[in-house]
Structures are given as structure tokens and as C-alpha cells.
Ligand binder design. Structure first.
Ligand SMILES: Nc1ncnc2c1ncn2[C@@H]1O[C@H](COP(=O)(O)OP(=O)(O)OP(=O)(O)O)[C@@H](O)[C@H]1O
Length: 945
């Protein structure tokens, strides 16, 4: 009943407290046993949850009063006195002398310590300490208590020898040496002190005694049972003592006794006062403490405090305490291991199980400064008995070599552990957690660390098993890279060098004239060196000399921004020196200028006017060309000299356009990089000494103003009348822009009219001629200066191809090689070749062209118009955007050419300028043929116009 009340009254975790009380009540009444069993069941259930083997269950108690201190403990190498004068820790020193040293606040003990008496063991009570003298086996006490005589207590049985002494609060008891003879089954115990001074005779051999606060208990040697005597009213431990339970050891506390059960179980079992205990606790420490249940695992030894008990765990010498633990007390240091422990009233001390052998205390009110190393046990002359092992891992505290310090073998392993090694005389048995049957957090934490170690090992193994091939692969890959990268680099360099060699060979071949297929054509040997050489740099002085100081008489023509002088070099080479009218300071930078010149000088074709060199000094830039003895086609067609025009008969005119077409075809298809001329016109077709046509004026942009801020710079390059409307309007520049201009040139040689000639009603030659040609009125457009040929077919062909060339859409125009083919056929036809074969022109030179080869195949087929269109469509691959190509001349040159001062051109150009106003109309009328602009074209238009 009382237990039930307590369980309800406690308002705590009932099971734990009831378990504790149940233990106590188990021996008091049948109801207590029932409760105990019930609580055992609850504990069992709790194990399946999160409870930790009943170790840490807590509850709060409403306490009431407190009483004075009490003396506790059995004999040991250490003893702790307590009481109102303060705690004192005494211990046998670790040097093997068995002398005692005490530290604490009770001066009576400290100063009364018998420093020169060797002791077998120590015990302590309230305000005093007693030792069992080694020499006499009699107790010797010191300190301050009125219940026991200090020194050797009296009355003492003469010559009595004791094997063990134990002190309570105010008394001391001694177990005499075993009797022999007839009385050998009796045991004698002598006690001194409050209410206890008496000689006791017990029937049976007593192994050990332990004094509680006001009682004593003895453990019988044979049957391992316990018996207690003393003040029953205060403790009730006497009536609660289990009669049949077998113990290995016992330890009395304030009002309770704990024993270590016999057998492999070896767990502690406690009993004592119940209600009174609770009441006293509740009075003194109301709500200030916890009551823990005794552990259920094996213990090596136990000690009893006032209301608590502590034990050394048998498998690891760790410390565990249970019972009433005041909240503010210091907990057992985590992870400590001890050889020996001893309890005061509310605190406990132990000897660390390491080489230091230093004492350590925990609980409430313990002595804090304990600098002395103490003996972990008692040295005996007898060898270690079975069940104990000799301490040899540390410096033995036993002085004599014959002495043995024996420590008890651990008593089995806990339920969650298994025995790893047996106990021997040399070492204790070892236990390890059985991780497959873990219930407690300790087990789990240990196993998790074991698992983690194992896992780490596994992980490590896995890591290597997984990583090893990767590492090998990485090394192999690195090695491969180390081989492949340099190899690739070498191959690449060799490849580049091979190209260089090829270029060299190509040059050499060119020089030898052997790199081109034989069928391509003849190469003029005298021009070879000239064509392959790079632009030569001339000094200004040199060119000045060559042109007689750039005198007026040396001028052979004037362009929009340049004057052309005839000059003779030192080696008597006749050259044309083109000198910019405007200073070229602000033109392209020097490096770009030279790079472009160098590129242009590499363009070698018989029908291109070759650049021989240049001069760049200060702000002057001059270009040196081959000299063209017969001026320009423009001069011949439109010059004042009518004789010149008449000399240009149909064959000569067609021959000139064929040659010019070949030159342009070269620029488009065979120059590297491809070049769009952008200013094909009759004034740029020059006639050399042998009456061969030469396409001139590449690179005029090099000499033109390069002021990018000029609005004109953004306008399309070219000359009005020749300018591709698609390019002009959309800035869509392709090789077909040159085709357009060339178409205008064809119309020009057919009609003898200028591209823009406003003396006629229809000033734009395209607007005028194309409709007539399409109408089949070819005769209407032919130059009236010349007599029409007997067969107009050739001129019709030329007229037709001209019409195609000036189509509005560039992609509908034929490519230059097609145009050339048509012109060549026309020329052959014009010359009356019966087979309509390609005529061999007087100065046939086709450099870098495979056109002849292609022609042979083309000759054998009569292509239809649609086939031609397909071929034309294929030629769209030669369309290029303006920024990608070297283009010339500059935009401004075409606009400024209106001021050209070339003598032969002045009239025509003046008329062009006069009639500019009608050009817009002419172009506008072309829009219909071009069709609506695409979104991209619109963008161009919006941006540029
Ligand atoms: N290498 C040359 N040999 C002989 N005469 C030349 C040579 N180069 C140019 N000329 C003459 O000088 C004239 C001016 O040539 P230039 O190239 O400077 O101007 P353009 O092409 O006629 O006009 P623009 O500069 O406006 O295009 C040419 O029409 C030609 O009569």
C-alpha cells in the first residue's frame, strides 16, 4: 500500500522509483514482492523502448527533513571521513610503504594522521578514520569523535587480531581472524562506539563485514548469505535482509545495503529502509535529487553512501552510481576507470585505474585537492587466489617482493557482452559488447563506434576496390595525354611545315611554269618573275627621279583621288606611278597598308595589272604598276580620239572583254583569298603594248581617304552606272556585283555608250539597252561607229549574257566563268571559226585557272538555258559578304571620281555628273525587278539609307 501511494505521490517516472522501492519492499512484505515482479515486467517492457537498462530513470521527490552525518564503508586502501568538520580523504600511499596520507578539511584527522604506522587497510566514519595496523592487526583511529577512543580503541580484547575493520557513523567494528579448532565455524566481531560497543559471536564463518550508519552486516563464507545487526528502527535493513540470496560481496550504506550477487550475474542487489528513507530524503532534499535504479550488469565491487551506492563495473572498471543522487552533485567523471572506490555520505572517491593512481571524487561536498597517489588495493603475502589476478600492469604498490596486490577477476560479462578472454593470475578477463544483442545506449554507442571502425575499414576497402581502377585509368589517361598531346603538336607542326613546303614548291613550280596543267595555257616567260615577286618597296626619291620629279608632263591619267605618272626606273623598266592627291596620313595604318599591298602583289594573272611595288614615306603613299602603253578601254571608247574608237573593231572589243573576263574570273575563283574588284569599268580596263586587256585598280582603297567618320565611307564602293543596285541598296556584296559591272561593260563595248550618258534620253545604259536586247533588237544598241558584223549571232550572245549580268538579283546573274565561256564562244563565232572553237587569243595567258580544262568538257555539250541556270545557281557559292574580303576601291573613290581629271575621261565623266539627277529614277525603276526587300534587306536599308 505504501508503495502504491508513493508511486502516485511521487509524480515521477513511476516504474523506476517503484522498482527501487519494490526491491526494498520485496523483503518486507508479500505485496512488495508482487510490486517487484510487476515493476520487473514494466522494466522488461521499457527495455523494448528507449530506456537504457534501467540506468537513467529519474524522478523527483518531495523531501522533508535531514539528519546528521553517518559513517560508512568497508576496509580498503582508501577511506573517507565525513561530517560537520568536513570531508577527509585518506589513502595508503602507492610507494608500497602502507603508510597513510590524508587530505581534507578536518584538521583533527589531518594533523592526527599516524604517518609512521603501516596499515593493512583503512576505514572511516563521521569525523574519524581508522586503520588496521600492519604490525598488530589491531585498529588504530584518529580524528574527533566522542564515541570511539582514538588510537587503539578500548576495551579491546587482549591480543585480538583482526582481518578487517569497518566504520559506521559513530562506531567501528572489527572481524577477528578466523577461529580454529572447535570454534572454527564461529566468527567473532568486536565493535566500538555509539550503541555498538560489544563482542559479537556469529554462528558461521564470516568472510567480510560492512558497517552502515547504525548497523552492521556480515557475509557468511559458506552459504554466501548476509546477516545484519544493529539499530533496526533507523534502517530496517535487518528485517529486509534477503535470507536466501547469495552474494559475493556486500557494502552497507546509510540505511541500505547493496551486495553483488553470486554467479555470473554479479549484478548489485540492494535493500534497506523504505518509508523512512523516503521521508528523510524528502525532508532534506525536497525536489532536489534523483533516484536511480541499481544497474543490472555485473559489478566488481560496491560501496554505500548515505543514500546512494556506487559500483565498479566488472567488464571495464567504469563507475556507476545509483540510489538518491542530489541534483547539484558532480556526476561521475565520464569514462573513468577505477581500481578501488570508497563512499562518504554524499560523495564517493576512487583510485584511477591508470599509472597515476590518483584519487578522484564526485558527488556533493567531497575533498577537492588530492595530490597523492594511492595504492589501488591491499598488499598481501599470500598469492592471488583463484578469482583474482595480480596487478602487474602498473608499478606495484607493494614494498616487499613477496607481497601481492590482488585484484578481483571480473565476474562475468553483462548481458549485452561476451567474454573475450578468461581471467588468469596475470590478467583479468575481458568482455566485449555483443553487438547483435544491444539494448543499452552504451552498447549501441560502442557498437556504432565498432561498426564505424568496421565500416571505415569496409569503406576503405570499398574505396580502394572502387578507386583503384579509376586511379589506374587516370594514370593511363595522363600517360596517354602525355604521349598524344606532344605527338599531335608535332604532327600539327609538321603539317603546317608541310604546307609551307607546298607553298614553296608551288612558288617554285610557278616559277618553272610546271605547277599548272599543260592544257591551262601558256605562261609568258618574260612576265614570270614579275608575277611571282612580292611588292617591292621603292624610295620616294627613286620614284621622284623616275617620274622626273612628278612633273606635269609625266601624268598619264587622273583618277578620283590620284594622279598617274609615267616613270622609268633605274633598270629602264617603264612603270606607272600612282600618287595620291590627298595626303594619306590618316589612312590605314602602315602595317595594314603593307599587308594589303603584299597580298595584292601576289595576284598574278596575265590580264590583271600587276602591282610592282610601293612607296610609303612620311604622308606619301605611291603605288607602282606595270605601264600600260595604250591607256584605258574608256579612253578608246569614249575618248576624243575617234580613230582610237574605230580601231576597236568587234573582234578587238570582244577580245578585250574576254581577256578582262578572264582576269576577273581569276580574281573570283582562283585568287587566294578571293577578290571582289568592286569597280569594274572601262577606265579600269587598260590596254598594254600588245593590245591585251589588263584589269586594273585593285587596291585603290589603299590610297583613298580612310576617314571612317565620313558618311561616304559607309556607302558602297564603285562607280555610278556600273554599280550593282543590289549592292548599292542593300550593301549585299558578292562576286555577282562584279558580274553586274561587267555586264554594263559589255553593253558599253556593244553600244559605244558610257554607262551613264545623259546626252541620251535614256541615260542609263542598262535601262536603255536591256529592253532592246530582250526585244531582239540587237542592232538598235550596237555602236554606230562600227559596221555591224555580217553575223550578229556572236554579238547577240554577248548582248544576251550582258542582260543576264545586269539582272537585279545577283543570284540570277551568271558567274564570271560562265560569262567568259559565252564570250569566248562569241569571239570564236565572231572570228568565223567553222567549229565554233575557242579562239586562240593573241596574248592568251591564263594563270592559275583550270577553266580551260572545264571548257573542254563544256564544249562537247550543248547546254540548255535551264542547265545554264543550274550552273549559275551553283555559282552562288562564290557569294561573299563584304567584310570578309579585300575589297577595293574605297567608297569615296567612286564618289569622287566625278572629278576625275583624266584627259580622256573628262568629257564622259562630266556628262555622268551632269546627269546624276536622273540616276535615281533609273534605279527606282529597277526596284520592281528586284522585288520587295526581305526583313534583313529592310534592316540594311533602314540602317544605311
Ligand atoms: N598602269 C597604267 N598605265 C598607264 N596608264 C594608266 C595606268 N594606270 C592608270 N592609268 C591611267 O590613269 C587614269 C587614272 O587612273 P586611276 O586608276 O587613278 O583612276 P580611274 O580608275 O580612272 O578613276 P577612279 O580613280 O575614280 O577609279 C586611268 O584612266 C588610265 O588612263
Amino acid at each position: 500500500m505504501s508503495t502504491a501511494f508513493l508511486c502516485g505521490y511521487g509524480n515521477v517516472k513511476l516504474v523506476s522509483f517503484c522498482y527501487y522501492l519494490g526491491i526494498l519492499l520485496h523483503w518486507a512484505c508479500p505485496m512488495g514482492t508482487f510490486i517487484h515482479l510487476f515493476i520487473d515486467l514494466l522494466i522488461l517492457l521499457s527495455k523494448s523502448s528507449s530506456w537504457n537498462a534501467g540506468l537513467t530513470v529519474q524522478f523527483a521527490i518531495l523531501a522533508s527533513c535531514w539528519w546528521s552525518a553517518s559513517g560508512l564503508g568497508s576496509m580498503s586502501s582508501i577511506a573517507i571521513s565525513y561530517g560537520e568538520n568536513g570531508p577527509v580523504f585518506c589513502g595508503l600511499t602507492s610507494d608500497g610503504s602502507h603508510l597513510v596520507a590524508c587530505y581534507g578539511s578536518n584538521s583533527a584527522i589531518i594533523y592526527g594522521t599516524p604517518a609512521h604506522f603501516p596499515f593493512i587497510g583503512l576505514t572511516a566514519g563521521n569525523g574519524f578514520v581508522c586503520g588496521l595496523l600492519m604490525e598488530s592487526n589491531q585498529p588504530y583511529c584518529w580524528g574527533s569523535t566522542g564515541y570511539i577512543e582514538m588510537g587503539v580503541p578500548q576495551p579491546i580484547v587482549n591480543e585480538a587480531e583482526y582481518v578487517e575493520i569497518s566504520a559506521g557513523d559513530y562506531h567501528l567494528c572489527g572481524l577477528r581472524k578466523p577461529l580454529t579448532g572447535r570454534r572454527r565455524n564461529y566468527s567473532l566481531v568486536d565493535c566500538w562506539g555509539y550503541n555498538m560497543t560489544k563482542n559479537y559471536v556469529f554462528d558461521g564463518q564470516i568472510q567480510s563485514i560492512s558497517a552502515g550508519s547504525e548497523f552492521n552486516c556480515g557475509l557468511f563464507y559458506q552459504n554466501r548469505t548476509v546477516f545484519c545487526w544493529g539499530d533496526e528502527t533507523s534502517s530496517r535493513v535487518i528485517s529486509l535482509t534477503p535470507n536466501e540470496t547469495r552474494f559475493q560481496k556486500i557494502a552497507a550504506g546509510g540505511y541500505h545495503v547493496c551486495g553483488i550477487l553470486e554467479g555470473s550475474n554479479a549484478r548489485p542487489f540492494c535493500w534497506g529502509r523504505s518509508l523512512d528513507l523516503e521521508e528523510e530524503i524528502s525532508v532534506k532534499f525536497s525536489g532536489q535529487g534523483n533516484v536511480d535504479l541499481p544497474p543490472s550488469y555485473p559489478m566488481l565491487s560496491v560501496v554505500g553512501g548515505k543514500f546512494h551506492a556506487c559500483g565498479i563495473k566488472s567488464y571495464d572498471r567504469g563507475v556507476v552510481c545509483w540510489g538518491f543522487i542530489v541534483k547539484q552533485s558532480t556526476p561521475v567523471p565520464i569514462g573513468i576507470q577505477v581500481f578501488e572506490i570508497s563512499a562518504g555520505d554524499y560523495f564517493t572517491c576512487g583510485v584511477l585505474a591508470d599509472k597515476s593512481l590518483l584519487p578522484v571524487c564526485w558527488g556533493l561536498g567531497f575533498p577537492s585537492s588530492l595530490p597523492v597517489a594511492v595504492s589501488p588495493g591491499l598488499c598481501k603475502t599470500t598469492p592471488c587466489a583463484p578469482g583474482s589476478y595480480e596487478m602487474n600492469n602498473y608499478t606495484t604498490p607493494c614494498k616487499s617482493p613477496e607481497s601481492h596486490l590482488c585484484l578481483p577477476c571480473s565476474n562475468g560479462c553483462p548481458a549485452e557482452m561476451y567474454q573475450r578472454t578468461e581471467c588468469s593470475t596475470k590478467s583479468d578477463r575481458q568482455c566485449d559488447y555483443n553487438c547483435s544483442s544491444c539494448h543499452s545506449t552504451e552498447c549501441f554507442s560502442n557498437c556504432s563506434s565498432l561498426y564505424s571502425d568496421a565500416a571505415r575499414e569496409k569503406k576503405h576497402d570499398r574505396f580502394w576496390s572502387f578507386q583503384f581502377p579509376i586511379i589506374v585509368a587516370e594514370i593511363a589517361f595522363a600517360a596517354l595525354l602525355a604521349i598524344v598531346v606532344p605527338t599531335t603538336a608535332i604532327l600539327y607542326i609538321r603539317y603546317r611545315l608541310r604546307n609551307c613546303h607546298c607553298s614553296g614548291k608551288e612558288l617554285k613550280s610557278k616559277r618553272n611554269g610546271s605547277s599548272f596543267p599543260k592544257e591551262i595555257g601558256k605562261i609568258r616567260p618574260d612576265m614570270e618573275d614579275l608575277k611571282i615577286r612580292r611588292a617591292q618597296m621603292f624610295s620616294y626619291e627613286e620614284l621622284e627621279k623616275a617620274t622626273n620629279g612628278f612633273k606635269e608632263e609625266s601624268i598619264v591619267g587622273k583618277g578620283s583621288f590620284s594622279c598617274v605618272y609615267k616613270g622609268v626606273l633605274k633598270d629602264q623598266t617603264v612603270v606607272a606611278v600612282k600618287k595620291a592627291i590627298v595626303s594619306s596620313d590618316k589612312q590605314k595604318n602602315s602595317k595594314e597598308f603593307r599587308t594589303e599591298l603584299d597580298l595584292l602583289s601576289r595576284l598574278n594573272h596575265a590580264h590583271l595589272l600587276n602591282l610592282l611595288g610601293y612607296c610609303e614615306e612620311g604622308g606619301e603613299r605611291l603605288l607602282v604598276y606595270e605601264f600600260m602603253a595604250h591607256g584605258s578601254l574608256h579612253q578608246h571608247l569614249h575618248g576624243k580620239n575617234k580613230v582610237l574608237k574605230e580601231q576597236l573593231d568587234w573582234v578587238r572589243r570582244v577580245t578585250i572583254v574576254v581577256q578582262a573576263a578572264r582576269g576577273i574570273e581569276y580574281l573570283h575563283g582562283y585568287a587566294c583569298p578571293p577578290v571582289i574588284h568592286r569597280d569594274i569599268k572601262s577606265s579600269n580596263i587598260l590596254i598594254d603594248e600588245e593590245h591585251n586587256a589588263r584589269v586594273a585598280d585593285f587596291g585603290l582603297s589603299l590610297l583613298g581617304p580612310a576617314d571612317s567618320g565620313s558618311p561616304l565611307a559607309e556607302l558602297p564602293a564603285g562607280t555610278l552606272g556600273y554599280l550593282d543596285p543590289e549592292y548599292y541598296r542593300l550593301h549585299y556584296l558578292t562576286t555577282k556585283s562584279d558580274v553586274y559591272s561587267f555586264g554594263v561593260l559589255l553593253l558599253e563595248i556593244l553600244s559605244g555608250r558610257k554607262a551613264i550618258d545623259m546626252q541620251y534620253e535614256e541615260g542609263n545604259i542598262v535601262e536603255w539597252a536591256v529592253p532592246l536586247i530582250k526585244a531582239g533588237e540587237i542592232s538598235a544598241i550596237l555602236d554606230p561607229v562600227l559596221k555591224p558584223p555580217s553575223d550578229l549571232e556572236a554579238l547577240k550572245r554577248i548582248a544576251n549574257v550582258a542582260c543576264k549580268c545586269v539582272r537585279m538579283r545577283g543570284k540570277e546573274r551568271p558567274s564570271m566563268d560562265k560569262v567568259t565561256t559565252v564570250l569566248e564562244r562569241a569571239l570564236a563565232q565572231l572570228m568565223g571559226s567553222p567549229c565554233n572553237e575557242q579562239p586562240i587569243l593573241p596574248t592568251e595567258v591564263v594563270l592559275g585557272s583550270s577553266r580551260m580544262h572545264k571548257k573542254s568538257s563544256q564544249r562537247s555539250s550543248n547546254r540548255s538555258a535551264s542547265e545554264t541556270d543550274v550552273m549559275e545557281a551553283e555559282d552562288q557559292r562564290f557569294e561573299f559578304r563584304a567584310p570578309s574580303w579585300i575589297t577595293f576601291p574605297s567608297v569615296t573613290s567612286s564618289q569622287r571620281r566625278k572629278s576625275s581629271a583624266s584627259e580622256a575621261d573628262i568629257d564622259g565623266k562630266a556628262s555622268e555628273a551632269r546627269n546624276l539627277g536622273n540616276i535615281g529614277d533609273g534605279l527606282r525603276s529597277l526596284v520592281e525587278e528586284i522585288g520587295p526587300a526581305s526583313p534583313r534587306e529592310n534592316l540594311f536599308l533602314q540602317h544605311n539609307f
